[in-house]
Design a protein around this ligand. Structure first.
Ligand SMILES: Nc1ncnc2c1ncn2[C@@H]1O[C@H](COP(=O)(O)OP(=O)(O)OP(=O)(O)O)[C@@H](O)[C@H]1O
Ligand SMILES: Cc1ncc(CO)c(N)n1
Length: 272
């Protein structure tokens, strides 16, 4: 029998019927990064580039069974979480992550979709902070998520650095604060604080585009894929920034709203 050694990754998140975010963006990214992608569906959304029309979280028993199926067969080297819907589902996912070994964990603490729809119940933020964040090998909040998790108000670069330190104090090992929502006109700058205390900024030219649906999902999935291939944390995060920058810079014409990214661009040499 062939060894079960091909790099395998897992996304634990919600689906996006529109194909641009959530599990769909995760699997497309993993495919492009040449790792095998598996998925535990926590919630199903009715969604397109215009917004989220509806969603429903699956019964916990069915989620538990998906985890058990994977644990019984696949050899997952790295996994990520995305949309987890509410406190009970966050808790259920945490229980499964403690029960099984799915390798290095990247937590994308998804709260609100680009169009404004809540993908995580308000009262679940404390469950994410207290139960999930301490398990994170890499935590990738955007600015509003970092503010909600820390209680800090972030108005400048110093604020992002302080939030990253506060998130490490909550138990996350490596922290990437995404500056996509920052009101700087020319740069999209993310702050990275590594587990060994080193830190650096990752900057790319800010592109004037509405085609940014699924940027966060793509970044965290690319980190997950690189970790599964054995890259160290710093390298994985740097690759992911380049991947997402290329994916934004080479748009594809899909939908009429916040369009999806181009998950082929990085491999086609499309830097900027
Ligand atoms: N207009 C842009 N031009 C260049 N880079 C961008 C742009 N918008 C976001 N980014 C980059 O994309 C990555 C994701 O950041 P962002 O803050 O948009 O995540 P997010 O809010 O979690 O995304 P989403 O909720 O759509 O998945 C970061 O590296 C960020 O700097
Ligand atoms: C299912 C899902 N997960 C995450 C996001 C955030 O990009 C979204 N819009 N939809």
């Amino acid at each position: 029998m062939m060894a079960n050694e091909f790099p395998q990754t897992l996304t634990i998140a919600g689906t996006d019927s529109g194909g641009g975010a959530g599990i769909m963006a995760d699997l497309k990214t993993m495919q492009a990064c040449q790792v095998f992608g598996a998925a535990v569906v926590v919630a199903v959304t009715a969604q397109n580039t215009l917004g989220v029309q509806d969603f429903m979280a699956l019964p916990q028993k069915l989620i538990d069974e998906q985890f058990a199926s994977l644990a019984a067969d696949l050899k997952i080297r790295a996994c990520k979480t995305g949309m987890l819907a509410d406190a009970a589902h966050v808790h259920g996912v945490v229980e499964n992550l403690k029960k099984y070994d799915f390798g290095l964990l990247t937590v994308d603490p998804v709260m609100i979709a680009k169009g404004g729809a809540a993908l995580l119940a308000d009262d679940a933020v404390t469950t994410v902070r207290d139960e999930l964040v301490p398990l994170a090998d890499v935590l990738t909040p955007n600015l509003p998520e970092a503010e909600r998790l820390t209680g800090l108000t972030i108005t400048d670069n110093r604020g992002m650095e302080a939030a990253a330190m506060a998130l490490q104090d909550l138990g996350a090992k490596n922290v990437v604060i995404k500056g996509g929502h920052e009101a700087t006109p020319d740069q999209a700058s993310d702050f990275v604080l590594l587990v060994d205390g080193r830190s650096f900024w990752l900057s790319a030219a800010r592109m004037d585009t509405v085609r940014t649906h699924g940027t966060g999902d793509t970044l965290s999935s690319c980190i997950t894929a690189a970790l599964a291939k054995g890259e160290d944390f710093e390298t994985a995060i740097r690759i992911a920034k380049d991947f997402v920058t290329a994916a934004i810079a080479n748009p594809i014409a899909v939908g009429n709203g916040h369009g999806p990214l181009n998950h082929w661009a990085y491999n086609q040499g499309g830097a900027e």
